[in-house]
Design a protein. Structure first.
Length: 402
């Protein structure tokens, strides 16, 4: 039996479009559609864009939307008001934050990260450091070795809080404190914790953070990213991507760039208004959620999922930390034929995903999952494994997106 919470998870589940018979365990890749989203986007298209046209930048408040949504996200990630703005993609925001962090430590040349970081973050770091010159180094260590590698050589510690494959959770507070003790800047990627875990950016005194809104935040495919800058830094960081909308006075049309005030300077290009309308609706749901209760419920469901799958499917090996306090809101199992097994499972209407080389990954999202869903999912996984359905030829063919 689940604990009684102030957050009404059963009522929240009814606010999502969930195809009948489907158990959706992939919200850590793409969140499902809130029922209210279609009407809100329709209004944005037909009334704001359709009737107001260019006037909607003022009359519908489009220009202020990125920072307004940033303040809504701030509660979920433990950030101070006025320290988050939204827009662009996560990779762009990684580049912005990393470049700004490096400029704050010009005498240092090392960016420290770990092998559990999402590859795109590492790619952006590699490209930036290559542009800055051969003296710069991206130093990648095993997740368990980060603390020992955090020395006075490090300019920026760049980590994803939760490993996208295993769900392993970094201790943000401890590593941020250690980084401060050696004079390093911290940059946290919250792609797998925003909306899944009670992040506490202000309490941890993180310097920068970035994240996406299409996963646990349910903003839809292509939903905007966000960037956080600590209050003490937001008036002094230089935006390496000095876009028009990050200018102090965009409509003065100066030929020289002057950074805007505070978090506004981290804006780059035109905000994706239709996507932001969708995200705005999703954040209405999050206003109903207590983040600590979300975490407790996530642990309940994750523990149940692990117990059920291990009992039914001995061929699957737990790839996530067993202790719930050491992982985020996903559970991963390793299986040599994991891709084909996941395709067979999807055919049985349980949606998870696969990460090379052998990880079957399942997002545990209390907003629209309950004990019945978890038990049914384990039962269907058991059928796939028991009958070796993954051996069927159609499940062996790799799609472009896994």
């Amino acid at each position: 039996m689940s604990t009684t919470y102030k957050t009404d998870f059963a009522a929240i589940k009814q606010q999502f479009v969930l195809p009948e018979g489907m158990i959706y365990l992939d919200g850590n890749s793409l969140g499902p559609l809130p029922k209210a989203t279609s009407e809100r986007v329709k209004t944005c298209i037909e009334q704001e864009w359709g009737q107001e046209l260019i006037r909607a930048w003022n009359s519908a408040g489009w220009m202020a939307t990125p920072t307004r949504l940033g303040d809504r996200i701030a509660r979920m990630v433990g950030a101070e008001p006025g320290c988050i703005t939204t827009g662009d993609t996560l990779s762009i925001k990684v580049y912005q934050a990393l470049a700004a962090g490096l400029e704050l430590r010009p005498e240092r040349r090392v960016v420290l990260s770990d092998s559990g970081n999402f590859p795109s973050d590492l790619y952006m770091a590699q490209g930036l450091l290559q542009s800055l010159g051969e003296d710069n180094e991206l130093r990648v260590v095993e997740p368990e070795a980060v603390a020992d590698a955090l020395t006075s050589e490090v300019a920026v510690l760049m980590l994803t809080q939760v490993d996208y494959r295993s769900g392993r959770l970094h201790d943000m507070a401890a590593l941020s404190e250690q980084a401060r003790s050696v004079g390093a800047i911290t940059l946290w990627d919250l792609a797998h914790t925003a909306g899944a875990y009670p992040v506490r950016l202000a309490d941890c005194q993180a310097d920068f953070a970035v994240g996406c809104s299409y996963k646990f935040l349910n903003g839809g495919p292509g939903a905007p990213a966000f960037i956080y800058v600590r209050p003490g830094l937001k008036e002094q960081v230089r935006p390496a991507l000095s876009g028009w909308l990050g200018h102090e006075a965009p409509f003065a049309f100066d030929l020289d760039y002057r950074a805007g005030h505070g978090i506004e300077r981290m804006r780059v290009g035109t905000p994706p208004i239709l996507q932001m309308a969708a995200l705005d609706v999703s954040l209405d749901i999050w206003d109903q959620v207590d983040m600590d209760e979300l975490r407790a419920r996530s642990i309940e469901l994750s523990q149940l999922f692990i117990a059920e799958v291990e009992q039914r499917c001995p061929a699957l090996r737990l790839a996530s930390p067993r202790a719930p306090e050491e992982r985020g809101s996903q559970v991963s199992f390793a299986f040599d034929e994991g891709y084909a097994a996941m395709q067979a499972l999807i055919a049985r209407q349980v949606i998870g995903d696969f990460r090379a080389p052998d990880i079957m990954r399942f997002g545990i999202t209390p907003l629209y999952l309950d004990e019945g869903d978890i038990t049914q999912a384990a039962e269907r996984i058991e059928l796939v494994m028991r009958d070796e359905e993954w051996r069927r030829p159609e499940f062996q063919v790799r799609a472009a997106v896994t």
